[in-house]
Design a protein around this ligand. Structure first.
Ligand SMILES: *[C@@H]1O[C@H](CO)[C@@H](O)[C@H](O)[C@H]1NC(C)=O
Ligand SMILES: *[C@@H]1O[C@H](CO)[C@@H](O)[C@H](O)[C@H]1NC(C)=O
Ligand SMILES: *[C@@H]1O[C@H](CO)[C@@H](O)[C@H](O)[C@H]1NC(C)=O
Ligand SMILES: *[C@@H]1O[C@H](CO)[C@@H](O)[C@H](O)[C@H]1NC(C)=O
Ligand SMILES: *[C@@H]1O[C@H](CO)[C@@H](O)[C@H](O)[C@H]1NC(C)=O
Ligand SMILES: *[C@@H]1O[C@H](CO)[C@@H](O)[C@H](O)[C@H]1NC(C)=O
Ligand SMILES: *[C@@H]1O[C@H](CO)[C@@H](O)[C@H](O)[C@H]1NC(C)=O
Ligand SMILES: *[C@@H]1O[C@H](CO)[C@@H](O)[C@H](O)[C@H]1NC(C)=O
Ligand SMILES: *[C@@H]1O[C@H](CO)[C@@H](O)[C@H](O)[C@H]1NC(C)=O
Ligand SMILES: *[C@@H]1O[C@H](CO)[C@@H](O)[C@H](O)[C@H]1NC(C)=O
Ligand SMILES: *[C@@H]1O[C@H](CO)[C@@H](O)[C@H](O)[C@H]1NC(C)=O
Length: 720
């Protein structure tokens, strides 16, 4: 008894403190809309992402995440809509956070302030929303700190909320009532979701640090508005009055506005669209200090009869007059990047057409994330990328530049060799995947297989090494679900792109299952323990696939969650908001057993090694069955549950992990006593964002090892 008691308390404490680390995918995996170098402190730079928070650059080209504390309450903080690094006190950094201005995010925006390079943050609530994952998120920066008075910070808002100013280092913001422009541009007025039919608002704010001071503040301030009629505004009296600049182009609006102090000139990239997916048309302009606009648009676009809307714009402040500009998107054959060493009078390109063929002047590698190149489909000519809104030259190193794309950050350390620069994927440490589903098939020497948005998914042979390949043949950008056969774990399946594929060698090679209707997509899917059958609750109804034939399962609602018993291939378990359905005949028929009411979708997990052991997680609680789904015991005190996974505990015990709410607090928890008590294993440093968006898997080989798939921060693994 003494020994058991001791063991019990040891177990309880052993699982309370977890160590968390990213599973290395290595290439970002999503869009980087903004990169900002600090002009004062050598080597200091930040990258903001649209769904995965802020990162700081390290000397070895890697990046450190700065917002892993975001949890179910603060998940929207991972949508970073604007970023400013203080030129006066480089320890200070400010971001405007908020994911959506429509109903998908009920929270108002905040300005997060840090005085220690983003290690810790304080919050200033704003009385309106931000859109870190909204149209126009690559424009900017919308946040700007007065380089002559860092108490003064401007923010250009979305949704018609206009221009805001802080005079107390971001402790509070007030509306700048003298600036009446709010931007008129809307990406898609036919969209009714609120996502694309909101006003994109103000595009960018920048200062002329060489202008006279007025009451201690910089007097000349430029504001770009997303407005095709009149987009470029200036104040010469520190924001008291504003005028539309004479000579500005129409039909377009600024994406980037960068001031060159040595030249006393403002450079502007213009685009007719807010992006990031559209292409647009546009110009590049240079505005001299007397306000004269000079059109310095590269002649290349017109010469090659392509339309280019300009995005990223970078100035080499060590070499005044040297600048770069990027097409936001040039979907075929590839994005174009331009460089000028004469203030935009003439430009050279990183590739060109020679006798009608594409001549690439650069060399490149994706060594830090081999899958980026290895997954490229034969029809895809794009190497340099797309959605190039962030483009920056290191202010202390003219050889070093970085640019953000839809999949990674690219850059070079020999920009002076332009156009023969060597481009590398430099997003090491940025893990931005949106994870859809995870499995940890036991006994095959592979700790984890992931299904992700945009980049398909990966077999993770080594959790600390970027994968060589993503899922291919068939290639889908998004894999929505994945499962393995419990008794034969090298048999795995995946769904995506309205297709189902199976593998018999743990994801090395795949076979497309052609018997399923082409209209089938989404939903839950499960592999029988011996891989003899697949049950798919799909958009085309519930299907059973076996021996290359697909039949409809009339007794299974197509909205149900489905898992297979991992030991007995006769059993499948399904759950919907009414309760549990069980199949005892390999998925041919299902019958209702326990009635467990819930309102939202339910999630299920089957024990990897025990027949008849299954867990149900709903918005009204968590339930466990050990009699093949006949009866369920409810976990006491759990108010609601999200994703759930079963893994190995100490000795031969079972750990069950779940994002759930106990005592009003949503967290990731583990139970070692079949759901009687739950210990929190997320913590103040690792919150994993939105609990409802996350997925889980747990190892049946390594005690305590659990995997958390997030919506925007990749996959974490944790051990006690
Ligand atoms: C957002 O700010 C508006 C304006 O101040 C306020 O009316 C609203 O209650 C706020 N919403 C939330 C969720 O705090
Ligand atoms: C001048 O700046 C100070 C401090 O920022 C402020 O309190 C004051 O109102 C300003 N005066 C005018 C005339 O703007
Ligand atoms: C832009 O200007 C044109 C011509 O003056 C006018 O017809 C149009 O309504 C204006 N558009 C907006 C969005 O203000
Ligand atoms: C403004 O500056 C530009 C470039 O320095 C010069 O060419 C132009 O003549 C100036 N215009 C006026 C009105 O002074
Ligand atoms: C550019 O850098 C790459 C990698 O660091 C190197 O292999 C290449 O030789 C360099 N090219 C030039 C022209 O310096
Ligand atoms: C299976 O995948 C491996 C590893 O990617 C590859 O070398 C092999 O050619 C593939 N086999 C088939 C039949 O496609
Ligand atoms: C299913 O069809 C594929 C391709 O035609 C074939 O290779 C495979 O052997 C078939 N499987 C069964 C179980 O009939
Ligand atoms: C699986 O369950 C079925 C139905 O209850 C039972 O007949 C069979 O013996 C079980 N199989 C194994 C391997 O336990
Ligand atoms: C579940 O509910 C249905 C419909 O109300 C009822 O017929 C059935 O007996 C219930 N089953 C159990 C196990 O309570
Ligand atoms: C776990 O179970 C296996 C197989 O039943 C047994 O051989 C082993 O001794 C058990 N280990 C512990 C620590 O109980
Ligand atoms: C989530 O973050 C908020 C804000 O930092 C904090 O108050 C709360 O305690 C956190 N929740 C958990 C479960 O740690």
């Amino acid at each position: 008894m003494r020994l058991l008691f001791f063991l019990g308390s040891f177990l309880a404490s052993a699982v309370s403190g977890y160590t968390w680390k990213n599973v290395k995918i290595g290439g970002g995996g999503g869009f980087t809309p903004g990169i900002v170098f600090n002009p004062t402190e050598k080597g200091l730079a930040y990258a903001r992402t649209d769904i995965g928070g802020l990162y700081r650059l390290n000397a070895d080209d890697s990046w450190t995440p700065l917002q892993d504390h975001a949890n179910d309450t603060t998940w929207h903080d991972w949508g970073v809509d604007a970023l400013a690094s203080d030129p006066v006190d480089p320890r200070r950094v400010y971001i405007t956070v908020g994911m959506y201005t429509n109903s998908w995010d009920s929270n108002n925006a905040s300005v997060l302030r840090s005085e220690d390079y983003g290690k810790t943050w304080a919050r200033t609530p704003l009385p309106f929303k931000a859109g870190g994952n909204m149209p126009g998120r690559g424009m900017g920066e919308r946040l700007a700190i007065d380089p002559n008075n860092n108490k003064v910070i401007y923010f250009g808002a979305r949704s018609g909320n206009g221009l805001w100013r802080s005079v107390d280092q971001g402790l509070s913001f007030q509306k700048v009532t003298s600036f009446t422009q709010v931007g008129t541009y809307i990406s898609d007025s036919t969209d009714t979701s609120g996502l694309n039919n909101d006003i994109d608002g103000l595009a960018a704010v920048t200062f002329d640090p060489t202008s006279p001071l007025k009451n201690g503040s910089t007097s000349r301030i430029y504001v770009g508005t997303a407005d095709r009629n009149s987009s470029t505004w200036v104040s010469n009296d520190a924001g008291e009055t504003w005028t539309a600049m004479v000579g500005q182009p129409t039909g377009v609006f600024p994406h980037k506005m960068k001031f060159s102090p040595a030249e006393k000139a403002l450079y502007i990239s213009y685009n007719s669209e807010s992006g990031p997916y559209s292409a647009g048309t546009g110009y590049v302009y240079r505005v001299s200090s007397n306000g004269t606009f000079t059109n310095i648009t590269p002649a290349w676009a017109a010469k090659n009869s392509v339309s280019i809307g300009y995005g990223g714009l970078a100035l080499d402040t060590q070499k005044p007059g040297t600048l770069m500009v990027a097409a936001m998107n040039l979907w075929y054959p590839d994005v174009q990047i331009f460089r000028s060493t004469d203030s935009g009078a003439s430009w050279t390109t990183i590739w060109d057409y020679v006798n009608g063929n594409q001549a690439k002047y650069y060399t490149y590698d994706t060594a830090k994330a081999p899958w980026i190149n290895n997954q490229r489909q034969p029809t895809d000519t794009k190497i340099l990328g797309w959605m190039v809104e962030a483009l920056e030259i290191n202010p202390f190193d003219s050889n070093h530049f970085l640019y953000g794309t839809g999949v990674t950050i690219y850059g070079s350390h020999n920009l002076s060799s332009w156009p023969n620069a060597h481009i590398s994927s430099l997003a090491d440490g940025i893990e931005e995947e949106s994870v859809e589903s995870l499995i940890s098939p036991p006994g095959i020497g592979i700790p984890l297989i992931s299904a992700v948005g945009d980049d398909g998914g990966f077999v993770h042979y080594d959790l600390n090494k970027a994968p060589e390949n993503s899922f291919d043949n068939p290639f889908w950008s998004t894999t929505t679900a994945i499962d393995y056969a419990g008794l034969s774990p090298k048999n795995i399946l995946r769904i995506g792109n309205s297709q189902l594929a199976t593998s018999t060698n743990a994801g090395q090679n795949w076979t497309l299952v052609t018997s399923v209707p082409s209209t089938a997509s989404g939903g839950a899917i499960a592999y029988a323990a011996d891989a003899s059958a697949i049950v798919w609750a799909s958009s085309a109804g519930s299907l059973r696939v076996s021996s290359n034939t697909s039949t409809t399962i009339s007794t299974l609602p197509s909205t149900a969650a489905v898992v297979a018993d991992k030991v007995n291939s006769s059993y499948f378990y399904a759950g919907d908001t009414t309760g549990i359905l069980v199949s005892k005949d390999g998925g041919k028929t299902f019958a209702r057993t326990a009635n467990i009411t819930s309102y939202a979708g339910v999630k299920m997990a089957a024990h990897p090694a025990v027949a008849g052991d299954v867990w149900l997680s709903t918005d009204l609680g968590i339930y466990h069955s050990s009699d093949f789904g006949t009866s369920f015991a409810q976990s006491p005190n759990v108010q609601s549950g999200n994703s759930i996974a079963v893994g190995k505990g100490a000795g031969n015990a079972t750990n069950v992990y779940s994002f759930n709410t106990v005592g009003g607090m949503a967290a990731l928890r583990v139970t070692v006593d079949e759901g009687v008590t739950w210990n929190v294993i997320s913590d103040a440093g690792y919150g994993f964002g939105s609990a409802g968006a996350n997925c889980l898997a747990a190892s049946w080989e390594t005690e305590g090892l659990v995997f958390v798939g997030t919506n925007g921060r990749g996959v974490f693994y944790g051990v006690p």
